[in-house]
Design a protein around this ligand. Structure first.
Ligand code: NAD
Ligand code: UPG
Length: 441
């Protein structure tokens, strides 16, 4: 059993804190957001993540998982301190380290000379941050003997975060001190029983591993999105091409689904930050610059198609939008393609009625009454001129097409996630435009 503090109780902090507690550790999560901590203390979960609530409630009830807003109280007696703080893009695209460094400065004042604590960067941070955190802590009064820094990037995906955390493909630990390596190895032992590796490496390699992983996956998605564009021009079907290449182990089937671009809180900001890190050392990361440009176009690739279908004028038209979250099984709308599509439609004078199983509350906070929200996927279709599918929630995969046809003004679907078979859409007599496939007219 380890005694752990997790500073920052957002997505990563809450998932990792809960999963560490589930493995029998004593975990105190710290956040400056008073309202959030109050809810969590009362056993109320603050994010939608399948499978998390049950573990969260069990560990809160059994006293292994506690919450506070007070850093000093939260780290008291804890041997490992995780930093799960935001690293949003700054104005120049670089990861903004203000949250990490302000907590590091506070820790410098709080660390006691007669205790040893391992301070772990769980946030996604640029190469050199471990050094910077170490220097900041020392500059604020802590002696170098009373702490060590470890870089332990997190690879969980939203929507399947509990599984990703409990059974990680790999754990990456960047360290410079044998004592910390042993402590981290003991902490992760229950999570790597599946035989998956723990890679121990230097801190700088661990920091770069995280950016390289996300940037590679964003590149893979962007590659298939460009193949999809080519398929449309050449009359090929991207879903066939995807299967044809994905069954080669060297390429792999995963993360090869074409769509309306990658979004979320990680890929967009991490690709941008790696390009900036590279340019800071005079390296021009050309592939990633292209990835960013292609993805920006991909997010709104449906708009010219919609315009063309409606003869260039969307004013007064009403669009039903299914899916607002950046991907299914989450309520997260950060950098969601749906929002860019909605903004574009509104700017062209169209009306939007949206439905998402989990993300509507978050969108309401941003849009107020600029768009309408419906109680279920079918209600959104009443009198709409077309349906736009932006997120591949399971419940959109096999809908009642009779119902859709009776509710929509026209049988028109723009599908950003390739949910339906072309043959079926032909039979149902729809105008159906998807990504990298024939348009059914
Ligand atoms: N979301 C993901 O799926 C994911 C996965 C892997 C890695 N990451 C990385 O993990 C880091 C955290 O991401 P997130 O999505 O959990 O962020 P988040 O925005 O959901 O949560 C961050 C939390 O930190 C809190 N906070 C801010 N300043 C604080 C302070 N001084 N003291 C205590 N708490 C403070 C905020 O109130 C918030 O609750 C980022 O670097 C991100 O890139 C995220
Ligand atoms: O074949 C695919 C797979 C994903 N996406 C899109 O890519 C984005 C990101 O998806 P996903 O990676 O599943 O979600 P995240 O929760 O953002 O997870 C990514 O970002 C996290 C934060 O760094 C990392 O920890 C994870 O390993 C990494 O997968 C979403 O918009 C998806 O719609 C596609 O378009 N096609």
């Amino acid at each position: 059993m380890k005694k752990i503090a997790v500073v920052g109780t957002g997505y990563v902090g809450l998932v990792s804190g809960t999963c560490f507690a589930e493995a029998g550790n004593n975990v105190c999560c710290i956040d400056i957001d008073v309202e959030k901590v109050e809810k969590l203390r009362n056993g109320q979960i603050t994010i939608y993540e399948p499978g998390l609530e049950k573990l969260f409630k069990r560990n809160v009830n059994e006293g292994r998982l506690t919450f506070t807003t007070n850093l000093e109280e939260g780290i008291k007696g804890q041997e490992i301190i995780f930093l799960a703080l935001p690293t949003p893009p700054g104005e120049d695209g670089s990861a903004d380290l203000k949250y990490i460094l302000s907590v590091a400065a506070e820790l410098g004042k709080l660390l006691k000379h007669d205790e040893f604590k391992v301070i772990v960067d769980k946030s996604t941070v640029p190469v050199g941050t471990a050094d910077l955190v170490r220097k900041t802590i020392i500059a604020n009064g802590a002696s170098p003997e009373c702490f060590d820094i470890v870089s332990n990037p997190e690879f969980l995906r939203e929507g399947v975060a509990v599984d990703d955390f409990m059974k990680p493909d790999r754990v990456v630990i960047g360290y410079s001190n044998e004592k910390s390596k042993t402590i981290m190895g003991e902490l992760y032992a229950p999570f790597v029983r599946q035989g998956n590796p723990v890679y121990y490496m230097d801190e700088r390699s661990a920091e770069l591993t995280k950016y390289a992983a996300n940037s590679f996956l964003a590149t893979k998605i962007t590659f298939i999105n460009e193949i999809a564009r080519l398929c449309e021009i050449l009359g090929a079907d991207v879903d066939m091409v995807r299967l044809g290449i994905g069954s080669d182990d060297r390429i792999g089937k995963r993360f090869l689904f074409p769509g309306i671009g990658y979004g979320g809180s990680c890929f967009p900001k991490d690709v941008k930050a790696l390009v900036k890190s590279a340019s800071d050392v005079d390296y021009n990361f050309e592939i990633l610059k292209a990835v960013m440009n292609v993805n920006a176009e991909q997010k709104v690739i449906l708009i010219p198609r919609i315009l063309e279908y409606f003869g260039g004028d969307l004013s007064g038209k009403t669009f039903a939008v299914w899916g607002l979250a950046f991907k299914p099984n989450t309520d997260d709308i950060r950098e969601a393609p749906a929002l860019e599509i909605i903004d574009d439609l509104l700017s062209k004078g169209a009306n939007v009625v949206a439905y998402d199983p989990e993300a509507m509350d978050n969108v309401k906070k941003l849009y107020g009454d600029k768009i309408k929200f419906s109680n279920n996927q079918y209600e959104a279709l009443h009198g709409a001129d077309a349906l736009i599918i932006a997120t591949e929630w399971n419940e959109f995969r096999t809908p009642d097409f009779d119902k859709i046809s009776s509710l929509l003004k026209n049988r028109v679907i723009f599908d950003g996630r390739n949910l339906y078979a072309l043959d079926m859409m032909k039979k149902l007599n729809y105008y159906y435009s998807s990504i990298g496939r024939e348009i059914i007219k």
